[in-house]
Ligand binder design. Structure first.
Ligand code: HEM
Ligand SMILES: *[C@@H]1O[C@H](CO)[C@@H](O)[C@H](O)[C@H]1NC(C)=O
Ligand SMILES: *[C@@H]1O[C@H](CO)[C@@H](O)[C@H](O)[C@H]1NC(C)=O
Ligand SMILES: *[C@@H]1O[C@H](CO)[C@@H](O)[C@H](O)[C@H]1NC(C)=O
Ligand SMILES: *[C@@H]1O[C@H](CO)[C@@H](O)[C@H](O)[C@H]1NC(C)=O
Ligand SMILES: CC(=O)N[C@H]1CO[C@H](CO)[C@@H](O)[C@@H]1O
Length: 329
């Protein structure tokens, strides 16, 4: 079973993680159009700011989609990824955030919302709505976003890098990835579908250069990666390069489409965690389906994003509605 852990082990971990995230059933208290009465213009305001931003800074679509993933996987979708800390000890300063950008865009959306309806729309909901709007802006699918999340007040440096319950690493194998999803009540289909988020955006060389230069510590390359692609990437990324980056989905990294799955199935997935999706019959079959005529990827992506958006949410009288997204009230 996954990572040497038996089913019972997964079950127990699931209980631990779920009770860490929330005592409520997953997603309870969320609904489409939560702000219909309290702030009827909320979603229009978010979309307007995002379309303005996309017009001048389209490269922020990647980090803004990724932000919702990082928020939801750590302490549930509670805006914890946004919190600053006077000593840089909050989540956003933890290593996996490398390249998380666009925090100022969330602030800009919040400012516009506070002007229209003060103290009503949570930062966690803003992150969820923005993830949808940047997907649409890159020609991806539209889905109805459930809202009604409230903001948490805890954000810890250690959380994203904690083994098992933290964020999955770019070097995760398929069993670790499946476990990471299962712990949050998501299934293997959600894993492969949401990995499709890598159809847009970039990755720093440091997230994949071991595959090019030192895969097992003996100066070797990753045998599962197309050698021609390795050669091309080596021209871009020199060893120990911390600043250069490459497109996750070369050729169409600005467009949300199915080409990510085409590349991964041709052994051109950039990250080990992308390539790992070939190691499971279900995820492999999905990738082939997703690149075929009858692909359901666009529809599936919306469904899985809604599921991800329900992880460990605070609702009702839990948590708070932050006035400023980087600070507790
Ligand atoms: C399967 C587990 C995942 C792993 C291990 C992973 C890891 C990574 C890594 C290492 C990067 C590059 C960061 C850098 O070096 O700059 C990245 C980028 C990105 N990830 Fe993931 N990711 C995963 C799942 C997801 C999910 C579920 C989404 C959203 C649905 C997502 C959306 C993105 C996007 C859009 C980018 C591009 C960011 C940019 O353009 O700056 N990822 N991811
Ligand atoms: C996957 O990775 C985990 C953690 O690094 C490791 O314990 C496990 O043995 C690996 N599983 C396989 C099948 O390689
Ligand atoms: C926190 O990090 C920022 C850059 O992200 C840096 O400018 C600042 O000096 C750091 N502050 C502390 C207290 O380490
Ligand atoms: C490759 O990795 C090994 C083990 O981590 C290390 O000792 C060696 O210096 C690395 N080689 C290069 C060229 O980075
Ligand atoms: C965080 O919120 C919990 C309840 O939601 C509350 O008991 C606690 O005092 C809060 N902590 C801080 C530092 O605001
Ligand atoms: C945006 C941001 O806060 N990035 C931080 C991510 O983590 C690295 C490594 O811990 C920090 O150096 C960055 O400042």
């Amino acid at each position: 079973m996954a990572g040497g852990m038996n089913l019972f082990g997964i079950f127990m971990l699931q209980i631990i993680v779920l009770s860490l995230f929330s005592l409520h059933a997953e997603g309870q208290g969320l609904k489409v159009g939560f702000y219909k009465k309290s702030c009827p213009q909320a979603e229009v305001i978010v979309s307007k700011v995002i379309s303005d931003v996309m017009a001048v800074a389209p490269s922020l679509s990647g980090p803004l989609l990724r932000m919702h993933f990082h928020d939801c996987f750590i302490r549930g979708c509670d805006g914890s990824v946004l919190l600053d800390s006077p000593t840089n000890q909050s989540e956003k300063f933890s290593p996996p955030n490398l390249s998380l950008r666009g925090f100022n865009i969330i602030d800009r959306v919040k400012l516009a919302l506070e002007k229209a309806c003060p103290d009503v729309v949570s930062c966690a909901d803003i992150v969820a709505l923005v993830a949808r709007d940047v997907t649409v802006a890159t020609k991806g699918p539209f889905w109805e976003v459930e809202t009604g999340r409230r903001d948490g007040n805890v954000s810890l440096f250690i959380d994203p890098i904690t083994p098992v319950t933290g964020l999955p690493s770019f070097a995760s194998n398929i069993s670790v990835l499946k476990q990471s999803w299962a712990l949050r009540g998501l299934n293997t289909k959600d894993l492969v579908v949401l990995s499709g988020g890598h159809t847009i955006g970039i990755s720093h060389c440091s997230s994949f250069d071991s595959r090019l230069y030192n895969f097992t510590g003996e100066g070797d390359t990753d045998p599962t990666m197309d050698p021609n692609y390795i050669a091309r990437l080596k021209l871009k990324c020199k060893p120990n390069d911390l600043t250069t980056f490459a497109e996750l989905d070369p050729g169409s990294f600005k467009t949300f489409d199915d080409s990510y799955f085409k590349l991964v199935t041709k052994r051109r997935g950039l990250l080990q965690s992308d390539a790992a999706l070939l190691d499971d019959p279900e995820t492999r079959a999905y990738m082939i389906q997703a690149t075929s005529e009858g692909s359901t990827f666009f529809k599936d992506f919306g469904v899985s994003m809604v599921s991800m958006g329900r992880i460990g949410v605070l609702t009702g009288s839990q948590g708070e509605i932050r006035k400023v997204c980087t600070k507790r009230n």
